[in-house]
Design a protein around this ligand. Sequence first.
Ligand code: FDA
Length: 303
Amino acid sequence: MLFRQTLLFLSRRKELEEFLKRNPLARQASSRYVAGDTRQEALEVTRRLNEEGFRVTLDYPGEEVADQEQSRAATEEYAAAVEEAASLGLQAGISVKLSHLGVRLDEELAYENLRTIVERAAQAERFVRVDMEGSDLTEATLKIVRRVHGISKNVGTVVQSYLRRSSTIIEHLNKEKISVRLVKGAYLEPEEVAFQDTEEVDLYFMRLVEALFRDGDHPAIATHDEKLIEFAVDMAFIYSRAEHEYEFQMLYGIRKDLQRKLLQDGYRVRIYLPYGEDWYGYFMRRLAERPANLWFLLRNLNK
Ligand code: FDA
């Protein structure tokens, strides 16, 4: 737990970011989780994943933006990436973060930017998933997703099972037919808003899976935790959900064995595939989930 907190704290430190971005070994380590620096590299990896039978959601990491111009540049990249993927016939949607679209500068700006991406993705017949960030952004994210969903249905969001109020959130999203990706949650949150104990997070995850299979619209169960995946498979059976009505999602580079096994068993599996130069925050959150990855990196940094 302490490691996780330290790493999540470090994920926001600019000095460490500069150091790691210059370090070839850190770059190499990050390549396990990130497709490459460019959109072309990401589309090439997408093509390979599609050939194996996986669907993809592209992610262009980058969190805070300093001004409107940067938020518009991110918007353009997200929209162009999903359009290009579609024009190449790739099975890929896109995942976006509202902080990258300027939500901390101005909610209206983030709304406009998201709407642009969702409308362009609709033209290309592709889906946009709005990632969930820290709990300071939960309300704004839900509000903006609802507004855009009112205009175009090809948008959904994410619910985190570490947040204590997630069952109420899911209940509302289910009624509104907004598709949910369920995750455990990757940010540092205080005890008042989030469970700190992993068992509580897992039990709550199961309760939310049940609600999603009972009433949800095309739920996505996003975890590498085998016991939770097995539980979801059971729930899909109990609620008579056909394989095309839901999907499993996993992160690029994590538990490839499990990704392949699910695919072989006939389930839909979507890989979350990040690309771009701004990989530091994403990479640190992945290290925080698995301190063993950090020891490997530290042991080799000075060689
Ligand atoms: P858990 O962390 O318990 O891991 C289960 C097993 O998976 C581990 O025992 C290990 O084998 C393997 N594993 C997990 N992480 C690993 C790593 N980094 N390196 C190597 N092995 C690892 N979060 C969020 O707050 N907002 C969001 O929008 C999203 N979006 C999202 C999309 C998708 C497709 C996924 C899969 C995940 C997210 N997340 C997220 C991240 C999520 O909240 C969570 O932090 C990670 O999925 C890790 O939790 P698991 O459910 O895999 O369980």
